[in-house]
Design a protein around this ligand. Structure first.
Ligand code: PLP
Length: 433
């Protein structure tokens, strides 16, 4: 019964340091959030000791009477959180992460080498939506399936649905994937359904980033038009790290008639082993919180805060992909001021502001992306409002100007830039405390 601190002071100490880093920095990574104490308590519970391969009521191990109740509760809460009837939708709550939820969806819907179309990484898409480069297939979603990505328009920054339609007519994909990791706008699911229907394609939406907003009606619902919906649970949904896989129910013999068996089988035994019951319980706790009235207020505030960041940066004359935001993130195009995302990320790190470099449509190098992604979900959980985010955006403005000044002195190389910023007195003085 020794505590972590007594048993392993080294790890204990590192956890304390990371906790302090999270607490003392301005956390602007769009895919992160601060989950509640209750979620962390469930996540760190005795449930981690239990094996429970299979589904509630049909396990490969004994002793699952409580685990079954927890998993069923999680499934019920997942449907409730997204306002879904259990006669129309089902959900598998076992995916360990967004990546395994997505690969399970692909395993369920496709045969090897079937064709998929997802949003290109450089346009804001995710690796798991078929990412490959000219030289190499990167994601297993591109290794085991044939991928032909679609893009955002390089000028408007918006999904080019017309071009997607033309390409889908030629490519005839078995699956169209919508959803993104860095797209500041809402999705036209009705248009995507029409495109998919021309070729009898499945339509899948990965709402990992926006699921907390979707749950409370702050982004359009993909459930009206899609066959399968996946999400992570740790971004705007504010739960532990995990994934959910929703599948539509329908008459046997129709496109969606057998999705339940296919999706469940794809998660276990095809792609995973024993469910992480501690995580499933923690997801259930987070989903209970999503259904409470305060969560709607949270989601509204997340969007208002992103809007405040966008407006403030735009006032300073900066270019934003798509010109602004409708969700929880802003994609800041640094190319017009002659800076890249790497350097902006580095200077922000030095100033205790945490964000990440991100490709902007039209970027030619994945290693030196032209922008950064700024998200508001995490700091909104810490009660920051619009006026706070205006100040955050002012810090970002100062950081960009300082980065330009240092770049002028240090030249183009990132290592010289990092060395120069470590010596810079203005950086030391501006560090956010
Ligand atoms: N899908 C999208 C749209 C994401 O942005 C991410 C991660 O950021 C994932 C899937 C993968 O989630 P995970 O890191 O849990 O595997």
């Amino acid at each position: 019964n020794t505590t972590l601190e007594q048993e392993d002071p080294e790890i204990y100490e590192l956890i304390q340091k990371e906790k302090w880093r999270q607490y003392s920095c301005l956390e602007l990574i769009a895919s992160e959030n601060f989950t509640s104490q209750a979620v962390m308590e469930a996540n760190g519970s005795a449930l981690t000791n239990k094996y429970s391969e299979g589904l509630p009521g049909a396990r490969f191990y004994g002793g699952n009477e409580h685990i079954d109740v927890i998993e069923n509760l999680c499934r019920t809460r997942a449907l409730k959180a997204f306002n879904l009837k259990d006669t129309e939708w089902g959900v598998n709550v076992q995916p360990y992460s967004g990546t395994t939820a997505n690969f399970s969806a692909l395993t369920a819907l496709l045969a090897p080498h079937d064709r998929i179309m997802g949003l290109e990484l450089a346009s804001g898409g995710h690796l798991t939506h078929g990412h490959q480069t000219a030289k190499k297939k990167i994601s297993s979603s591109a290794i085991y399936f044939e991928s032909f990505p679609y893009q955002v328009d390089a000028i408007t920054g918006l999904i080019d649905y017309d071009k997607l339609e033309v390409n889908a007519d030629a490519y005839r994909p078995k699956l169209i994937i919508c959803g993104a990791s860095a797209y500041p706008r809402d999705w036209d699911y009705a248009r995507l359904r029409k495109i998919a229907d021309k070729h009898g394609s499945y339509l899948m939406s990965d709402i990992a980033h926006i699921s907390g907003l979707v749950a409370v009606g702050e982004q359009s619902s993909p459930f009206i038009h899609c066959d399968v919906v996946t999400t992570t649970t740790h971004k705007t949904l504010r739960g532990p790290r995990a994934g959910l896989l929703f599948f539509k129910r329908g008459e046997k013999g129709t496109r969606v008639g057998d999705l339940e068996e296919k999706c469940n089988f794809a998660v276990f035994p095809s792609n995973q082993g024993g469910p992480h019951n501690n995580t499933i319980a923690a997801v259930a706790v987070a989903l209970k919180q999503v259904a409470e009235p305060g969560f709607k207020q949270y989601a509204i505030q997340v969007r208002k805060n992103a809007h405040a960041v966008a407006e403030t940066l735009a006032k300073h004359g900066y270019k934003l992909a798509s010109g602004g935001t409708e969700n929880h993130l802003v994609l800041w195009d640094l190319r017009p001021i002659g800076l890249n995302g790497n350097k902006m990320e580095k200077i922000c790190d030095a100033l205790n502001i945490t964000l990440n470099k991100n490709a902007i449509a039209g970027d030619t190098s994945a290693f030196v992306p032209g922008g950064v992604r700024v998200g508001t979900a995490a700091l909104t959980s810490r009660s920051l409002k619009e006026y706070d985010f205006i100040q955050v955006a002012e810090f970002l403005h100062q950081a960009a100007q300082l980065a330009l000044k240092i770049q002028n002195k240090s030249g183009k190389l990132i290592k010289d830039f990092v060395f120069a910023l470590e010596q810079d007195n203005e950086v030391k003085a501006l560090k956010v405390k």
